[in-house]
Write a protein that binds this ligand. Sequence first.
Ligand code: SF4
Length: 332
Amino acid sequence: MEFSMIKEILAREPKYRLVQVNQAIFSDLAESWDEVTALPKKLRETLQAECPLEINAELSLSDDKDTAKALIRLADGKFIETVLMRHEDGRNTVCVSCMVGCPMKCAFCATGEMGLLRKLTADEIITQVLFFSRFLKKENARVGSVVFMGMGEPFLNYDNVMQAVRILNNPECFGIGARHISISTCGIFDGIRKLTTEDIAVNLAISLHAPNDEVRRKIMPVAEGYTIAELLTVIDEYIAKTRRKVMFEYLLIDGVNDTDEMARELATILKHKLCVVNLIQYNDTGAFVASSHNRMNRFKEILEKAKIEVTMRYRFGRDIKGACGQLATGRN
Ligand code: SF4
């Protein structure tokens, strides 16, 4: 869907048409211009011919219905995946992709195996949220939060990601509060620094996954270029400037990063930081084995004893390969 093209067409129309079109796309969630009867027929026909509202996607639902994954076909024939997570308390979160594939090659991630095919435009990013907004409308529900944790590294597509964030946040579009939008990075310093200069207070998450450089370099090639100490200095600057809590994501992999000693090491490096650690169980991509529940609980206990705030991420959508680290498509 090409929102920029829609704006170009509307530039030839009276100003109130944009209000009508925003209402149709983002509030009424129209799936075809034929439904938008507030517009003159000729304009509808032009819009239908040049920027149709239809989204070409295949949907898979997990057995427990808590997770839905959409395989979206882009205009150039490439495919991306996007995931809807339905929480017990009724909240709905969409995990969006920002690239077709990813160049970062983290060893535990199926997307990384694809390499980078291309970056997504802002339009392609918000199309993913629009798809699930339409899906939820049928149940009178809405998308409450968006996380940039799907395919790709957001800070290597900074401008398009931030453009999408503004559309998500705009009250005339999705109206999703900045505090309900999270960007996750594997640790791109420029992006973290740039985010402190933005006037929109989104959440920052860091894919850490290791308590020391030796372990991190084994599973995340990005860590070859800098040390965790340097990364934490950049995070300290971020916290000092924004006063916002940072989330550290930590995927627990059996025998790789989940020992008691590593939990203590992690607690030491994160001590006194305004942060929360999100422990995630490894999801099968073939390369490693997931830590057991006992191990995860023990790791959590050690962090909590050291007064580190911890959450444990629910496992969403493993049966449809929609869980963390599992997004990949062989269709490209
Ligand atoms: S974990 Fe994120 S940054 Fe690493 S390869 Fe996968 S998509 Fe890329």
